[in-house]
Design a protein around this ligand. Structure first.
Ligand code: DX5
Ligand code: ZN
Length: 214
């Protein structure tokens, strides 16, 4: 079954701990945390101290999505703060292999993400070093954008590339009751959803709808 990772970017930040508790109780599988630095993407969100403070509100894996330049400088801090998966962008102008090995050195799972315009073939050299591939189905930076259908063929290609390997395929951006089934059909293992879940009156219903793919 597909795992659902609510993105707390669309949660009420004034009550972040309670929001995480609520969504964990509602059937979430992972908690997706979007970290933005105002450089790699034109938005600012949260840092390691917030991750540390919300850690005790859920026992679910923390899936930390770093949309930042120089991710290598922050791996240790996010690992110490309680991240379980740390995902960096292949477009971050840095030594990707070294950054992935830093994540592993901290005993964490390593993810690699691609923006909508990035060719999937760039992932190939890093496949032996990763546990997760995060396919962006919107331009990273903001919640509430529309799903880009080009992500579907990327999911299919990545599925083929990672066959028989233990790598999760996750898709992030514009996931709702209409786009989730297509992503599942294409082969996604994890659906990241922000506004669809947090803007829904019932988090449980929203998560259930995404899981069932209908
Ligand atoms: C965007 C973030 C997403 C975002 C998704 O850069 O990576 O995780 O929260 O939000 P929705 O589900 O509203 O598109
Ligand atoms: Zn994200």
């Amino acid at each position: 079954m597909t795992l659902i990772a609510p993105s707390i970017l669309s949660a009420d930040f004034a009550h972040l701990g309670q929001e995480i508790k609520k969504v964990s109780k509602a059937g979430a599988d992972w908690i997706h945390i979007d970290v933005m630095d105002g450089h790699f993407v034109p938005n600012l969100t949260i840092g390691p101290c917030v991750v540390q403070d919300i850690r005790s509100y859920s026992a679910l894996p923390f899936d930390v999505h770093l949309m930042i330049t120089n991710p290598q400088d922050y791996i240790q801090a996010f690992a110490k703060a309680g991240a379980d998966y740390i995902t960096v962008h292949i477009e971050a102008d840095t030594d990707i292999e070294k950054t992935l090995s830093l994540i592993k050195k901290e005993g964490k799972k390593a993810g690699l993400s691609v923006k909508p315009d990035t060719n999937i073939s760039r992932l190939i050299p890093f496949i032996p070093f990763i546990d997760l591939i995060l396919i962006m189905s919107v331009e990273p930076g903001f919640g509430g954008q529309s799903f880009m259908p080009t992500a579907l063929e990327k999911i299919v290609t990545v599925k083929e590339l990672t066959k028989r390997k233990n790598i999760f395929i996750s898709v992030d951006g514009g996931i709702n009751q209409l786009t989730a089934p297509a992503c599942q059909l294409a082969g996604a293992d994890i659906l990241v959803a922000g506004s669809y879940i947090f803007k829904n009156a019932s988090y449980q219903k929203a998560i259930q709808t995404l899981k069932e793919g209908k």
